[in-house]
Design a protein around this ligand. Structure first.
Ligand code: AMP
Ligand code: MG
Length: 485
């Protein structure tokens, strides 16, 4: 067997999914196979990399032991509830138990499912390349995320804004359970399956919750804790998810759905790139608030399980949810004080972080470069690389003075170590990702492979990759990102 499948989701009752086979494609070709991940998953690498593996990952052949299915879910999209979503262009092949535990193996773009509505169940090549780059870049940054096992060109065309080459993406996740999965049963007032789902989620992701006095409340709390930390990770690296709908928020706490996402170039809390996010609901600085909003929707689905008494259930949920702002703020403070090299008294040092962010906002300073230049400034003692980013120097000079004072109290060597570990040199900048996609559409995948390589070691500066550190030139700036689904 290429995949030692051990499927549990397929054992859940009818109503959780629809069995469906991938649809074949004309002439598949590997664009990238993630050998390192395959190894971690305990897959038979030689066979996976062969025509046999290609046939499976493109949907042309059935994998031994697979039980392909499309998962049912609902979701709040931009605040409005859609009861009938589900995997419209994704097919779960099954689960494997690798070195780090159980993982879903899912094909994206492998043909229509009963949840496809009017969609073709396919994926254009651009979004496949984007998701591969972005999810692997996030993993290398240490951000919890779904992973990329393979990117495949199908040799077929799909119709989007015009005819585009098609692709299939293999996604690996701790699971594909989403807040929307719970909403599916809550919307149908199907308490029995809701409980089965909650028990399944506990078993799979939070087994310690089983022994607590109220396992469902503990489930809510654990998901909240993971999400509070996840969004703090995003903020640390200037990542904008772009489409934080409840169907795009996992129970495991992994980042999922790399659609119109983007990394900040210049810092502004109101920054958004997504072409479909007209009102900036999912703007950079709104992400913590939206996470809490989504978790509130999650808590609502759990109400019947939290307590038989409806009032008590609400108060259980409220008490749990009230902790979110503090949980997130604590995680955020830890991450941002590390970015400026301070390792203790995170709350006390937070105002210093806020002052820097205010200066960066006014100066429209590049988010990633500012923190890299600060690291450099600490190393060399020269502030020019920092001050050059700030047209009006007074504010930043006074900030630098105060910052150096604090660093002096804690010790420079430790501070430098912290800063190097918290501030990447390379991020998946939008103009680079765009370049990769444009080249890919011309049949040139060298930029895709190169960018992928650069982003594998985001914290280590390399002479030969120097171009990738830079912010876009004015004519390279990408103003909007598209899901292109
Ligand atoms: P997303 O924007 O990726 O979160 O998707 C929202 C919903 O639209 C999900 O139910 C998807 O499965 C579905 N969907 C998006 N693109 C397609 C497509 N090309 N064909 C079928 N369903 C799709
Ligand atoms: Mg989605």
């Amino acid at each position: 067997m290429i995949f030692p499948f051990d499927n549990t989701f397929a054992r859940l009752p009818v109503g959780f999914f629809a069995s469906v086979l991938p649809s074949p494609v004309e002439s598949p070709e590997f664009l990238q196979l993630n050998r390192k991940l395959a190894e971690e998953l305990g897959l038979d690498l030689d066979r996976l990399a062969s025509d046999e593996g290609l046939a499976i990952l493109s949907g042309n052949a059935a994998a031994e032991g697979a039980e392909p299915l499309a998962m049912a879910y609902s979701g709040h999209q931009f605040g409005g509830f859609s009861p009938q979503l589900g995997d419209g262009r994704a097919i779960l092949l099954g689960e494997v138990v690798g070195r780090d535990g159980r993982r879903d193996i899912q094909l994206k773009g492998a043909g229509p499912t009963p949840f496809s509505r009017r969609g073709d169940g396919r994926s254009a090549l651009g979004p496949v390349l984007r998701e591969y780059i972005l999810s692997e870049a996030m993993a290398a940054l240490g951000v919890p995320t779904t992973r990329a096992l393979a990117a495949i060109a199908t040799g077929e065309k799909v119709y989007r804004t015009g005819m585009e080459p098609g692709g299939v993406f293999t996604r690996v996740a701790q699971s594909h359970l989403r807040i929307g999965t719970f909403q599916w049963f809550a919307a149908r007032q199907d308490e029995e399956n809701l409980r089965i789902l909650a028990d399944y989620a506990i078993e799979r992701h939070y087994p310690d919750a089983r022994d607590s006095s109220n396992p469902y409340r503990t489930l809510l709390e654990r998901v909240m804790e993971r999400q509070a930390d996840l969004v703090a990770h995003w903020m640390q690296f200037g990542f904008i998810h772009g489409v934080m709908n409840t169907d795009n928020m996992t129970i495991s706490g992994e980042t999922i759905d790399y659609g119109p996402c983007a990394f900040l170039d210049e810092y502004h809390p109101a920054k958004k790139f997504s072409s479909i996010d007209q009102h900036g609901r999912y703007a950079f600085g709104n992400q913590p608030t939206i996470a809490q909003w989504n978790l509130t929707r999650f808590a609502e689905t759990l109400l019947p399980l939290l307590d038989e008494d409806a009032d008590k259930a609400v108060s259980e949920a409220e008490t749990a949810l009230e902790r979110f702002p503090d949980l997130h703020q604590t995680a955020l403070q830890l991450r941002f004080t590390s970015k400026i090299g301070l390792g203790t008294d995170h709350a006390e040092h937070w105002p210093l972080v806020e002052r820097l962010l205010a200066e960066m906002k006014t100066a429209e300073a590049d988010f990633t470069l500012t923190f890299r230049h600060l690291t450099e400034a600490l190393e060399t003692g020269c502030d020019d690389p920092v001050t050059n980013q700030f047209p009006e120097e007074d504010g930043i000079l006074s900030w630098l003075g105060d910052w150096r004072g604090k660093i002096g109290e804690e010790g420079k060597r430790e501070a430098l170590k912290r800063m190097k570990a918290a501030n990447p040199v390379y991020i998946a900048r939008n103009h680079r990702v765009e370049e990769v996609i444009q080249a890919g559409y011309q049949g040139n995948f060298a930029p895709f492979h190169l960018l992928n390589e650069v982003l594998q070691h985001p914290f280590d500066s390399e002479e030969k990759f120097q171009d990738f550190e830079n912010a876009p030139q004015p004519d390279e700036v990408v103003e909007a990102t598209f899901c292109g689904t």
